[in-house]
Design a protein around this ligand. Structure first.
Ligand code: AMP
Length: 355
């Protein structure tokens, strides 16, 4: 079993000498470099312009070498240098955003995970097909304002950080709503948000088995979102809207959370369904992914989004989390990625974890 694009012919030298872990100097890079160092790998940080100074403050999270570019979209120009380094690129949220899905797909450098996932995640319609066909519960969608029942969130496609999202308490509050672009009208799920950090290893033989590998839970967070999280202090939303203040969902940070233990089977079931379906649809997701959902008062977990790579919420757990401590002490997501590379290399299965 191998994933698309991978194979010994394409990445021959990787098998002969240890890979170098490379990523963009942003998002979760400190943790990725730290994880690589802990597992004994060299690391390379691709930075825009001169190396960012803040790395000097974190010697254990600093890459061994910086590779500067003028603009991140020029990374493909570094391909020869990266291949000389025997690099495996670890994609994170900013990575794909800066590069764009097409350039990411076409990068002539090995990438950790199955890059075929990008086509399914970057398109909200395809993502819904994937999740719903996996049997995962998602917020309802309404075709038109007249169909709306209960509170809704209107999401414009490509709205960065949720800027431009629109909340309405009911159908009446949508009277006169004039969309300004392609959008979806989605049930606003009432409950508490959880961002669940999973890792799927196609080569692991222990633990919670899914497909030929196993599913691990490494941590959970909740995102701090400005200005919505503190908006209640100013009073009712109607008044705020009249004053020209609109809610936004711009992520500014993360806080750690744990879930009621009795709800863990439910989130594992969701994670397992997503992985199993990904195997059928495109050869399987590999490595970190995050299930972003809301637990309702009926204790139903409804998933509004998934991220199919390392999320920034994992930065909370450089030294381990309440969950990862039960797998292995001090296991961050960055370290888990490096560990997977190490195990895959030692067992001759690199082709199954890179593409
Ligand atoms: P998204 O861009 O889909 O990740 O959404 C950004 C933020 O909007 C989330 O982190 C949630 O706080 C909120 N959100 C998104 N979808 C929903 C929903 N269906 N119900 C309630 N809140 C939501």
């Amino acid at each position: 079993m191998g994933i698309a694009l991978s194979g010994p012919d394409r990445f021959g030298p990787l098998a002969d000498r240890p890979p170098t872990v490379a990523t963009l100097c942003s998002h979760s890079s400190l943790q990725i470099f730290h994880g690589a160092r802990t597992e004994g790998f060299r690391s390379v940080g691709i930075c825009r312009g001169p190396p960012p100074r803040f790395y000097e403050a974190f010697p254990l999270g600093r890459p061994d070498r910086f590779l500067p570019v003028q603009e991140y979209r020029e990374i493909a120009g570094l391909a020869d240098e990266l291949n000389r380094e025997n690099a495996v690129l670890v994609p994170h949220g900013s990575f794909v955003e800066y590069l764009g899905p097409e350039k990411f797909q076409a990068l002539p450098v090995p990438v950790f995970g199955n890059r075929a996932v990008i086509g399914w995640e970057s398109d909200r319609e395809k993502e819904r097909v994937w999740l719903e066909s996996a049997g995962v519960r998602m917020p309802k969608r309404f075709a038109a304002p007249e169909d709306v029942e209960g509170p809704v969130i209107v999401k414009y496609y490509g709205a960065k950080g949720g800027k431009g999202f629109f909340l309405a308490k009911n159908r009446d509050a949508l009277t006169g709503f004039r969309p300004t672009g392609p959008h979806v009208i989605q049930e606003y799920v009432l409950g508490t948000r959880y961002y669940v950090h999973f890792f799927y290893s196609p080569i692991s033989q222990d633990g919670y088995r899914v497909g030929h590998g196993s599913l691990e839970l490494l941590g959970m967070d909740r995102r701090d979102e400005a200005n919505i999280d503190e908006l209640y202090k100013l009073g009712a939303q109607e008044e705020l809207l009249r004053a020209g203040i609109r809610p936004t969902f711009v992520v500014t940070g993360n806080v750690p959370v744990v879930l009621r233990e009795s709800l863990l089977p439910q989130v594992f079931d969701v994670g397992a369904r997503i992985v199993s379906r990904s195997i059928e649809l495109f050869g399987g997701m590999v490595g970190p992914f995050c299930v972003e959902g809301i637990m309702t008062e009926e204790l139903d977990f409804k998933v509004f989004e998934i991220s199919t790579r390392i999320v920034a919420g994992t930065n909370l757990f450089v030294g381990g989390s309440a969950y990862s401590d039960l797998l292995r002490p001090q296991l961050s997501m960055g370290r888990r990625i490096a560990l997977e590379l190490r195990t895959a290399r030692e067992t001759g299965r690199l082709a199954e974890v890179i593409s």
